[in-house]
Design a binder for this molecule. Structure first.
Ligand SMILES: *[C@@H]1O[C@H](CO)[C@@H](O)[C@H](O)[C@H]1NC(C)=O
Ligand SMILES: *[C@@H]1O[C@H](CO)[C@@H](O)[C@H](O)[C@H]1NC(C)=O
Length: 632
């Protein structure tokens, strides 16, 4: 008899916790039962253990594998931000394919028996460039006040939501889909503007589409509910490991006396800036805090359960340190339970055991670690500098002139590099002279007459360099954007924002050449037509271009890691795909993750733009089967 009751209880629990996403028909709903401190899924009590996984940080070919690994850990929900800049990289040009195929991501999650929580922001933070906002907002409205009721901002958000939310509608629970919750803003309480009018606007706009088909929520750090919570919207809190989760729940209860407890961002790992040690979070306290929260009936989202990669120019930055700037590394491994390649770590197994003490075992076998491959060293050919005449003609855009330097945004450029050039004033015999660049964002490779003489960098608050006479009269500053600040968001314009002075005298009359490095076909054309005479002419300049090929014989093809040890700082493209920034000299990240999906059998191409280091002798790069994220 006790056995029978136990079995019945288990069955009941299974029904309560899973709910078949396809079989709800007219009972389809997800609501908050404030009175009983719980959620109701299709009218039945429900609580979740969820994991954050941002689709834009992994290639679609690996989505199912990762989602299944999450389900196998006992999770019943996947939470993702929606990144505006991924979907509207240029104004009015929308992208819903490949890594931007949000609907496909939702469908796969559904097929893997996960419910979905969407966090459309529009501000997402997330250690992404500009917190997920598209840069062109600042091109169009240089004085826009993001995350406030600035009329221009509200109008642009409304335009974006009018495109986004109708696409989401059919996936909401009330429409029979897997999406149970939709967030409003993101830790708004931590933002100084504290603009309740804006939150009210965003709530109304979201509600217009979501109606009662999903639960709307906000998330804030426990001390910041005052400016972050919205009347009539479920408030949740974000906190990491602690001996006493109760203190945080009490702060939530002050604002929301009844309703389900949710930790929307529980941190099993953390992010890392360049030059810092790789963030590592011990699993013991994570498991302990998790058990305490689950024992009190709370729902919990791991941020991140799978971190992935900031491919291309998508990494963000913070505003700390001596130069009030700290750029994030390319990897978003996050020391998460699933590593950057999507493989289970020992942390995964520990947390899975803890989760399964509270949620039913979904009986999904844990997908095994996928094999990784190394490759023989690849020798690269030299194609001169980005600053050479030939490269400028092939890759540089719209040389523009103006009295004072223009920002990347004023030049309508997202990221990459901009070359600023001016004539050094004559008529002085002081030697050397101090070149000073005010408000540099972020890093300048300083040249005189095509000769690289040193680096200035915002992060270290190094803004000046001596220049000796007789080096030439052409001053050239090749300026790199290392990612716009994503937290406590300001308008983090890039380029040279202040004045450039020589011995205190301002240098005027600049020409700017843009290198957005967005269209790989230009790079490939350049390499294909390269005549060779520029190698010598630009050999003393920074930003040297290298390309080589490597052959893959084996099938199936595995993930690998490109190891730029011995190189300085720059960018790597494989088969035209921008893997992101490498910087082994600063670390801690050394290798870049190379997803198997960008490789193919036969000949593959690697292109490197090395920003600062002279590569002597043969230029060689290797591929290893092990990530190296903890320094050289
Ligand atoms: C949002 O809607 C409510 C209810 O209709 C209204 O009172 C409020 O003024 C609206 N907020 C804004 C910013 O329009
Ligand atoms: C800048 O250009 C303007 C217009 O061509 C010219 O009048 C001025 O003398 C130049 N200034 C400097 C410092 O070269």
């Amino acid at each position: 008899m006790p056995q029978l009751i136990y079995t019945l209880l288990l069955m009941l629990l299974a029904v309560v916790t899973f709910g078949d996403t396809k079989a709800c028909n007219e009972t389809c709903s997800f609501t908050v039962d404030y009175e009983h401190d719980r959620f109701l899924l299709d009218g039945k009590p429900f609580r979740f253990v969820s994991g954050s996984f941002h689709y834009f940080r992994a290639l679609p070919g690996s989505w199912r594998h990762i989602l299944r690994s999450m389900r196998a850990a006992g999770l019943n929900v996947v939470m993702t931000y929606i990144e505006w800049s991924t979907h509207e990289p240029k104004e009015g040009i929308y992208n819903w394919d490949g890594i931007a195929n949000l609907e496909e991501f939702i469908r796969i999650a559904d097929e893997e028996n996960l419910y979905v929580v969407l966090r459309p922001g529009p501000y997402i933070c997330a250690e992404r460039d500009m917190g997920g906002f598209p840069y062109w907002l600042l091109t169009k409205y240089p004085s826009m006040k993001l995350r406030t009721s600035d009329a221009d901002f509200l109008r642009e958000v409304e335009k974006w939501y009018d495109v986004l939310l109708p696409r989401i509608k059919k996936y909401l629970r009330g429409q029979g889909g897997p999406v149970i919750m939709v967030s409003i803003e993101n830790e708004y309480g931590s933002f100084s503007a504290c603009d309740h009018e804006y939150l009210s606007f965003l709530k109304n706009l979201t509600e217009k589409y979501v109606q009662n088909d999903a639960v709307l929520f906000t998330n804030d750090m426990p001390d910041q509910l005052e400016c972050g919570s919205i009347p009539g919207v479920l408030a949740t809190v974000d906190f990491g490991t602690t001996d006493n989760p109760d203190q945080h729940w009490q702060k939530l209860r002050k604002y929301q006396p009844k309703g389900p407890l949710v930790n929307a961002e529980f941190y099993p790992g953390w992010f890392t800036h360049w030059t810092e040690p790789m963030a590592r979070v011990a699993v013991g306290p994570v498991a302990d805090t998790l058990r305490t929260m689950l024992s009190s009936g709370a729902s919990v989202n791991f941020y991140m359960f799978f971190g992935g990669t900031n491919f291309g120019f998508t990494a963000g930055a913070n505003g700390g340190g001596p130069g009030e700037y700290q750029a994030d590394i390319t990897s978003y491994d996050y020391d998460a339970p699933l590593d950057e390649a999507g493989d289970p770590t020992s942390k995964y197994y520990t947390l899975r055991s803890a989760v399964l003490e509270y949620l039913p075992d979904p009986d999904v076998p844990v997908p095994p670690r996928l094999p990784k491959m190394s490759l023989p060293p690849v020798k690269l050919n030299r194609y001169g500098s980005l600053m050479s005449t030939e490269a400028r003609q092939a890759l540089g855009y719209h040389t523009k002139s103006s009295e004072r330097p223009l920002s990347f945004e004023a030049l309508d450029q997202h990221s990459g590099l901009v070359l600023y050039e001016a004539t050094i004033p004559s008529g002085t015999n002081r030697d050397p002279l101090l070149l000073k660049v005010q408000d540099l964002r972020d890093r300048a490779y300083v040249h005189v007459n095509n000769k690289f003489i040193g680096v200035l960098y915002r992060e270290n608050a190094i803004d000046s360099i001596p220049v000796s006479l007789g080096q030439g009269e052409r001053l050239q500053l090749l300026v790199e954007n290392l990612g716009r600040i994503n937290y406590a968001i300001a308008n983090d314009f890039k380029g040279i924002l202040g004045s450039v002075t020589f011995d205190g005298n301002e240098i005027l009359n600049w020409t700017m050449t843009r290198f957005p490095l967005e269209d790989y076909s230009l790079l490939q054309n350049y390499v294909d037509r390269y005549s060779g005479y520029e190698v010598e002419a630009s050999r003393n300049a920074a930003a040297q271009i290298f390309q080589g090929t490597f052959v893959i014989h084996s099938q199936p093809i595995h993930d690998t890691y490109v190891d730029p040890t011995g190189w300085g700082k720059g960018l790597i493209f494989i088969n035209g795909f921008n893997l992101g920034r490498y910087w082994p000299l600063a670390g801690p990240q050394v290798t870049l993750y190379v997803p198997r999906h960008i490789l193919h059998e036969g000949s593959n191409t690697i292109l490197v733009i090395e920003y600062q280091q002279e590569i002597q002798g043969d230029a060689v790069i290797t591929f290893t089967d092990q990530p190296k994220l903890d320094g050289l």
